[in-house]
Write a protein that binds this ligand. Structure first.
Ligand code: C5P
Length: 219
């Protein structure tokens, strides 16, 4: 049977890496909702729009297409038809996305788009509010956590692989700030759903996390 799998958790806990692998294993659709908030933020920055102006960003979003295509290592993201897979991971997007994500009307619009994607079949969706708001009836809800040191370390290694050099201490500070903003905003803040299973990935391998989630799906 085709299930809904919701994967939430703080920044850089490894959600998208494992979510994509789980989706592949079960031949489910994968949807990275963070990429939608990031694409919205990227377009707003490129157009010099005020990132905290709800009506301005909503108006822009209503005229914005965000689509996904399967990729090898990671899913490809397209903004109005142009690939932005790497652009949405840039530091200026990462450090401003929480501001855009705190706008209620913007969330309402993106949640609706996410629910439309989920209606198409078995789905693995990762984000911050999937188990609580986007897919409250999901059969499997996972809340992934890891120590902030481990998460900063993972991002540091990812960055170095791409030739991006940001000091470890700065990454740690950015992660903590983003988590704070994401869990203190008014509209659907980052919280663990009451029926979610928490997995601490601090000392787990990617395969171990994928296996643990697969076990929950097979139950
Ligand atoms: O998952 P990722 O780190 O790419 O998400 C980027 C940002 O998008 C988060 O820090 C958060 O502000 C926002 N987000 C959200 N709700 C989601 C997914 C992401 O608010 N479901």
């Amino acid at each position: 049977s085709k299930l809904q799998v919701a994967i939430d958790g703080p920044a850089s806990a490894g959600k998208s890496t494992v979510a994509k692998l789980v989706a592949t294993r079960f031949s489910y659709i994968y949807c990275d909702t963070g990429a939608m908030y990031r694409s919205t933020t990227l377009k707003a920055i490129r157009n010099n729009l005020p990132l905290d102006d709800e009506q301005v960003i909503l108006k822009m979003l209503n005229d914005t297409e965000i689509t996904f295509e399967p990729g090898e290592k990671q899913q490809k993201v397209f903004l109005d038809g142009n690939e932005v897979t790497n652009d949405i991971r840039q530091e200026d997007v990462t450090n401003n996305v929480s501001t855009v994500a705190s706008l209620g009307a913007v969330r309402a619009e993106l949640v609706e788009r996410q629910q439309e994607i989920a209606a198409k079949g078995g789905i693995v969706m990762d984000g911050r509010d999937i188990g609580t708001t986007v897919l409250p009836n999901a059969e499997v809800k996972i809340f992934l956590i890891a120590s902030v040191e481990e998460r900063a370390d993972r991002r540091f290694k990812d960055n170095e692989e791409k030739g991006i050099h940001v000091p470890l201490e700065q990454l740690k500070k950015e992660i903590e700030e983003r988590d704070y903003k994401d869990s203190h905003r008014e509209v659907s803040p980052l919280t663990k759903a009451a029926d979610a299973i928490e997995i601490d990935t601090t000392s787990m391998s990617i395969d171990q996390v994928v296996d643990a989630i697969s076990d929950e799906i097979n139950k």
